[in-house]
Design a protein around this ligand. Structure first.
Ligand SMILES: [Zn+2]
Length: 152
């Protein structure tokens, strides 16, 4: 099923989401629906609050690799970088956002197995952007500057 993506201004996007307690077929179906929704709207990441569910679940797809992150937590950070971001919940706006260049993230996969990965570059940026959604924060809340229109 394809969900409607909530837009900035919706109070659901400002809430701190709850950890996923039980990893079962229901959550796997939700992740699959989030993934389908994300691809339909040409996103590279989507967090559950963006489809109206305040739970700590994220999907990302980059370089044809899919990541399902449940209850993700950043353990370590290295370096800084500033780059342009956009968001399916903030259509037509882009902003320059400072993020950590590399992050180590711990999470549960779609079967509840605990994993730990180092990410860098765009994947690290995406992980941080999506985890911010779980904490009720949008990139426009922390961007150094915001502009309309095409990504530059
Ligand atoms: Zn976003």
């Amino acid at each position: 099923m394809i969900y409607e993506v909530l837009r900035a201004g919706n109070p659901v996007l400002k809430q701190v989401s709850e950890p996923v307690e039980k990893i079962d077929r229901r959550i796997r179906r939700l992740l699959d629906d989030m993934h389908a929704t994300m691809l339909l709207y040409n996103g590279i990441g989507l967090a559950a609050p963006q489809i109206g569910k305040n739970i700590r679940a994220i999907v990302i797809e980059l370089d044809e690799k899919r990541y399902d992150l449940i209850n993700p937590k950043i353990l370590k950070r290295e370096g800084k970088s500033v780059d342009t971001e956009g968001c399916l919940s903030v259509p037509d706006l882009f902003g320059e956002v400072e993020r950590s260049e590399k992050v180590e993230v711990e999470f549960l996969d779609r079967y509840g197995k605990k994993k730990k990965i180092w990410t860098e570059g765009l994947l690290a940026r995406c992980v941080q952007h999506e985890i911010d959604h779980l904490d009720g924060q949008l990139f426009i809340d922390i961007a150094q500057s915001v502009h309309r229109g095409e990504e530059k």
